[in-house]
Design a protein. Structure first.
Length: 347
């Protein structure tokens, strides 16, 4: 994310997806509906990194001061997951979840690389081992991408999915990202605007708003859209929030869809608040989103894997528990999984 932040102040060129009838479209890119347009000034980035360096942040996880890698990793039982008729969500790490919905294999923001960066030698490194490799998963039918930051759109993983046995999955991506995929030889792409819906595999995929931003190269700030995804079948609705700050968008999503069986909500990379609050939820705000979208169950994502904020990797554990207690919510309704752990949805 830091590399994207550093280029976000550069001049942009108008996207070919501009639609003057849509409120979040502008001639020079996309904007949030209820918050800042997205990105940070170079002075704010410098201030954040200077403060973090002075304070020696982020600190190692509080329970593992002698080193990293202390989080428990669970190896998914692929055969059992495939044999089980119940739908499931297996947390691979960060924002990557293997969803089984109606027998369809879906990955959210798939990242199986070693760094949350476009470079192999620079950027946040994976602090917890992968619980499973990509080639150990069954054929992936569909992928949903929330936005183009390197921790959510990993080129190495995308290329591996393109070349998987049985053919590339169907990629559902934000408006403006189709050319990036086509340049890499992938044409099984559905590029969508907010509230657009496409049907595939007897499921409906709807791209929904989030309060965030995009940038990947030197001159593409907010040239592609960002958002979350709703995956719905006849008897199941799952919400993947992607990255977002807290905004009115979330309550609107809950109102439109009438609630969800499962919500995958980001709970990490939230400190310092003066820098992160517009575009990243903290655990208490994630609890508010759990309520806003009327989720029966929520699972926390976007934490514990890459150091993208100033808080220790394990701080969301305590902060989420405190927020659930404060709002009198049963902790069984909003859980944090171990890397590789599977959450089973009720029939």
């Amino acid at each position: 994310m830091l590399l994207a932040l550093l280029v976000s102040a550069c001049v942009s060129t108008p996207p070919d997806t501009y639609d003057p009838q849509r409120e979040h479209h502008r001639p020079d890119g996309f904007v949030n509906r209820y918050g800042p347009a997205g990105g940070h000034s170079l002075s704010d980035i410098a201030k954040w990194r200077w403060q973090a360096w002075r304070a020696d942040r982020p600190a190692p996880p509080s329970r593992f001061r002698d080193g990293y890698g202390g989080f428990e990793v669970v190896r998914p039982d692929v055969a059992a997951i495939l044999a089980e008729p119940r739908d499931s969500a297996t947390w691979i790490g960060h924002a990557t979840v293997w969803l089984r919905v109606g027998g369809i294999n879906i990955l959210t923001d798939p990242h199986f690389g070693e760094r949350a960066s476009p470079f192999s030698w620079l950027g946040p490194v994976r602090r917890v081992p992968l619980p499973i490799s990509l080639d150990e998963l069954p054929h992936v039918d569909a992928v949903v991408i929330s936005h183009n930051h390197p921790d959510s759109l990993d080129e190495q993983t995308v290329r591996a999915l393109r070349d998987q046995d049985g053919g590339a999955p169907l990629f559902f991506v934000p408006l403006g990202l189709r050319p990036w995929f086509e340049e890499r030889g992938i044409d099984s792409v559905q590029a969508m605007d907010w509230w657009d819906t496409r049907s595939a595999f007897d499921l409906r995929f709807t791209f929904v708003p989030a309060q965030h931003w995009s940038a990947r190269g030197l001159f593409d700030r907010n040239q592609s859209l960002w958002g979350g995804w709703v995956i719905a079948g006849d008897r199941r609705k799952v919400y993947f929030a992607g990255d977002s700050g807290y905004s009115r968008d979330l309550a609107e999503i809950g109102a439109r869809f009438g609630g969800f069986d499962l919500a995958l909500l980001p709970v990490g990379a939230y400190e310092p608040r003066w820098f992160m609050q517009d575009h990243h939820l903290n655990p208490e705000e994630a609890v508010l989103v759990h309520q806003d979208v009327h989720a029966r169950q929520s699972v926390g994502i976007h934490w514990g894997t890459f150091e993208l904020g100033d808080e220790p990797l394990d701080q969301p554990i305590g902060d989420l528990a405190a927020a659930l207690a404060k709002h009198a919510i049963d902790p069984a309704r909003f859980v944090l999984l171990r890397h590789g752990e599977t959450f089973w949805l009720n029939p």
